[in-house]
Design a protein around this ligand. Structure first.
Ligand SMILES: [Zn+2]
Length: 132
């Protein structure tokens, strides 16, 4: 089974993520998460209770996802993706494409560090994703 072929997917949906009518920037997300993290850590030192540490896992997990997003510019979450533009603006996108072999619907699959596109009709139809 070869998967050396590349396919390009089209953005079917491209929606800017806005909060209170303002475009959400990746730097803002990082700052907010870091602030939450510092808050929970300082709360732990103040109270010596484990609750802030447990709650602190949430911003920590979100922060690691954000760092992956900064590195890869795209994060695949089921059917939809979160994309980060060069300017740091965040978008919700949905990628769509058809299989060059059978015109079947394509979907992005991610396994560890390997990322590829497979055909829904036939799993043997594997391709590499061509970045836009
Ligand atoms: Zn196919």
């Amino acid at each position: 089974m070869k998967k050396n072929e590349k396919v390009k997917l089209i953005r079917e949906i491209e929606k800017p993520i806005k909060i209170f009518g303002k475009q959400l920037k990746i730097t803002r997300v990082v700052l907010i998460l870091v602030a939450f993290l510092i808050y929970f850590v300082s709360l732990y030192y103040e109270t010596r209770s484990n609750t802030p540490l447990v709650l602190g896992i949430i911003p920590l997990v979100l922060l690691s996802f954000t760092l992956i997003l900064i590195k890869n510019r795209i994060l695949y979450i089921g059917k939809y993706n979160i994309e980060c533009s060069n300017a740091g603006d965040l978008y919700i996108t949905k990628l769509k494409g058809s299989c060059p072999k059978c015109q079947g619907e394509l979907k992005v699959v991610k396994k560890l560090n390997d990322q590829f596109v497979i055909c829904k009709n036939n799993k043997e139809h594997k391709f590499y994703l061509q970045e836009n």
